[in-house]
Ligand binder design. Sequence first.
Ligand SMILES: NC(=O)c1ccc[n+]([C@@H]2O[C@H](COP(=O)([O-])OP(=O)(O)OC[C@H]3O[C@@H](n4cnc5c(N)ncnc54)[C@H](O)[C@@H]3O)[C@@H](O)[C@H]2O)c1
Length: 331
Amino acid sequence: MKRVLVTGGAGFISSNFIRHLLEFTPYEVVTLDALTYAGNLENLADVMSHERLSFVHGDIRDAALVRELVEGVDVIVNAAAESHVEKSIEHGASEFVTTNVEGTQILLDAIRVTPVERFILISSSEVYGTAEAAPMDEEHPLNPRSPYAATKAGADRLAYAYWTTYDLPIVIVRPFNNYGPRQHPEKVVPRFITQALADEPLTIHGDGHASRDWLYVLDDAEAIERTIEAPIEQVAGEVINVASGVDISIADIATMVLDVLGKPRDLTCNVPERLGQVDRHIGSVDKAQALLGWQARTSFAEGLERTVAWYRDNEAWWRAILARETRALSS
Ligand SMILES: NC(=O)c1ccc[n+]([C@@H]2O[C@H](COP(=O)([O-])OP(=O)(O)OC[C@H]3O[C@@H](n4cnc5c(N)ncnc54)[C@H](O)[C@@H]3O)[C@@H](O)[C@H]2O)c1
């Protein structure tokens, strides 16, 4: 039976992806997570005792640990990362460089020693910067506009270089903006939802015109699973966008969140534009369709309703995160 190492399992995308793998595939899953401020064991609480899941508390920058884990698996999905754009701008990029770039390099070096069936790097659409054409396909220039995005581009090209130099079975996946259950409230969709649930104004950066291609996290999970299953000769060395092909502005999302929750549409306030802001993102879906036979199934309206319902039903989850952050700020 295939054993899959998923890094960053206590985070948003990986915890949803692991739940998807346990539900829809027979694979055994090992996850490695350093439990940074963004890692939350609550995200795996309902599957932690699953017989096909093992959790390892550790760091992808720990070369000895990584080598040991890689020896026991067939597939690696590297999703562990420092993932918050604003944090990379305001609090320094050092952890971003070491986790996102060096961590990826350590994993890649481990598969040079112990070959695996395939290595999937979860890169990001942020590597493109603002769209020069719409939709953006995989040939779009890489003009990362934040330290976070630059480190993702570094890891992305490093993975590509290991494929071309050492002929390793590497696939690079570039998801567009994910949203859904279990996303840290620092990110815009859950921030809007939790602000609205608390009857606080939704904070919109600038005039809210910036738009993104929003992908429901369980659609992303399906795409990553397809990347594991596609014939390797079809996907090795390829970069594949995972996108919905539709873009929606931040201001429109604020309105939709307020409408879903029945709150007044003027429960918003504008704050200064984010540094390193990307104006527009919309992904081409053609390559994922051609190589993986995958396309997003969840409309934004449907995904948002499900996401709002999850945050409404799991208030203790997000209130605990906000309380931890308040304590950390005051200490
Ligand atoms: N969320 C999005 O919209 C989005 C879009 C495109 C790509 N991505 C990429 O997908 C991946 C997952 O994103 P996410 O939003 O779930 O992030 P997240 O911040 O929710 O989770 C990241 C996880 O990685 C863990 N981690 C951080 N540093 C680590 C280290 N050194 N060793 C081991 N574990 C470590 C954290 O503890 C956390 O559990 C990242 O690579 C991110 O760049 C995210």
